[in-house]
Ligand binder design. Structure first.
Ligand code: SAM
Ligand code: SF4
Length: 345
């Protein structure tokens, strides 16, 4: 049976809270504003990609409308992602639009995950829109390896973007996907660099999402082994903070670094999951590791806000208890056919 709770006293969100069949309250929405990207990171995409036809993409106004419906139902945090969110024309206007919910107090946080290639131009505008923290993906600080991993990337652009974010007083968290035999030896230098620069660092296990040209099994680096290695050399103090996702946080005392580990494969934290995702074409996915979804764009276009609200209730029933990711066999198909760039990382 679908249980529909009531949002605690909050002048901005008197409507029914979004809660799934397992009693998990949905307070965090990730929006993929585009599935397109100017890079082709090997663990994320194939070199040749078929992107969504533009006609299927939600307009920026529709994204804002859907976000408002979620906020009215108790969502307190929104992350814009993709694909590369800053590739979408009007992304800053969307951020400004959503930023109005910060000003009213209806939303606690608006944030963004970016590859940083366009951040140098946009950091100041993001700050003005109300963002205070952003995640920037940086798997290596070696220019040649950066180009290899991203296929087309220019490291200097991402570094300039990170610098611009700092100049705009945006706190930066670096996302680094741990890749066996590629950037494994750079994890410790990256930790030291992040500590020096005052950035947080999050290490991420490769997840089996979407067909790519490489074999993920070759590159899969379980982070529990990395953690054991750190523990033999550093003092790792666990931090109580949880984000309702698969990340756990530590302070690396010797470096003064806040370190996150995202370990959906070696650990499972689905019981605390507080998030859902919408694609650029308006599908809501209830779990990154599950195909169950529902079409919010169709609901919005056919029946407006009322139909959208009803669709959100139906979506809550679809949220699975847990994901079933695994990367075990070589040449195995990905656990989920959709790329991370479709649902947004
Ligand atoms: N383009 C932006 C970026 O790279 O930050 C935002 C979208 S990207 C899909 C979001 C995050 O997902 C990035 O940190 C990226 O490294 C990560 N990612 C992409 N594919 C992944 C995969 N198969 N497994 C684990 N992380 C992945
Ligand atoms: Fe693009 Fe981000 Fe995927 Fe890299 S990880 S290909 S930057 S969407």
């Amino acid at each position: 049976m679908l249980y529909i709770g009531v949002v605690p006293a909050n002048t901005h969100a008197p409507q029914r809270a979004l809660e799934d069949r397992y009693g998990r309250r949905i307070s965090y929405l990730r929006i993929s504003v585009t599935d397109r990207c100017d890079l082709r990171c090997r663990y994320c995409m194939a070199e040749e990609m078929a992107f969504l036809p533009r006609a299927e993409i939600l307009s920026l106004e529709e994204i804002a409308e859907i976000a408002a419906a979620f906020i009215a139902r108790g969502v307190r945090k929104i992350r814009l992602t993709g694909g590369e969110p800053l590739m979408r024309r009007g992304a800053i206007g969307l951020a400004r639009d959503l930023g109005r919910h910060l000003a009213t107090g209806a939303l606690d946080e608006l944030t963004l995950t970016t590859n940083g290639t366009r951040l140098a131009e946009e950091a100041e505008a993001l700050r003005e829109a109300g963002l205070r923290r952003i995640n920037v993906s940086l798997d290596t600080r070696e220019p040649a390896l950066f180009r290899y991993i991203t296929r087309w990337g220019d490291l200097s652009k991402t570094l300039a973007g990170i610098e611009a974010a700092r100049a705009a007083s945006l706190a930066v968290k670096i996302n680094m996907v741990a890749l066996k035999g590629l950037n494994q030896d750079e994890i410790e230098p990256m930790m030291r660099w992040c500590a020096e620069q005052g950035h947080d660092l999050t290490l991420i296990e490769t997840m089996p999402l979407g067909e790519i040209d490489d074999d993920r099994a070759d590159r899969y680096l379980p982070l529990d082994a990395v953690q054991r290695d750190f523990e033999s050399r550093f003092t790792l103090t666990p931090l109580a903070e949880r984000s309702g996702g698969p990340a756990r946080y530590w302070r690396v005392e010797e470096l003064g670094l806040r370190l996150g580990l995202i370990t959906p494969l070696t650990n499972n934290f689905c019981a605390d999951c507080n998030r859902v995702r919408i694609t650029a074409s308006g599908l809501i996915y209830m779990c990154l590791g599950d195909e169950a979804h529902l079409d919010l764009k169709a609901a919005l276009r056919s029946g407006g806000r009322r139909a959208l609200d009803a669709a959100l209730d139906r979506a809550m029933i679809l949220k699975p208890e847990r994901h079933h990711f695994a990367i075990r066999e070589r040449d195995a198909s990905p656990a989920v056919a959709r790329h991370m760039s479709v649902t947004g990382g």
